[in-house]
Design a protein around this ligand. Structure first.
Ligand SMILES: [Zn+2]
Length: 67
């Protein structure tokens, strides 16, 4: 039993606002359903995923990305 090792089923990007949900059947991430405006975010974003906060400890974690 590995209670800590759960697959997240939602994630969102802190940078561009893209939101995705895990599609278990397809085995891949899909853009979260939106009414008229699906949160696709930016194509060119490197995506900094925030997975409900529980998988990413809020340590000092500043990455410098050029470009
Ligand atoms: Zn992004």
């Amino acid at each position: 039993m590995y209670p800590e090792l759960r697959t997240p089923d939602e994630r969102s990007c802190e940078l561009c606002g893209r939101a995705e949900v895990w599609d278990e059947d397809a085995g891949t991430w899909r853009v979260a359903p939106g009414d008229d405006d699906p949160p696709v975010g930016s194509l060119y974003c490197i995506h900094e995923w925030d997975i409900n906060g529980s998988f990413v400890p809020f340590a000092e974690r500043r990455e410098t990305v050029e470009g």
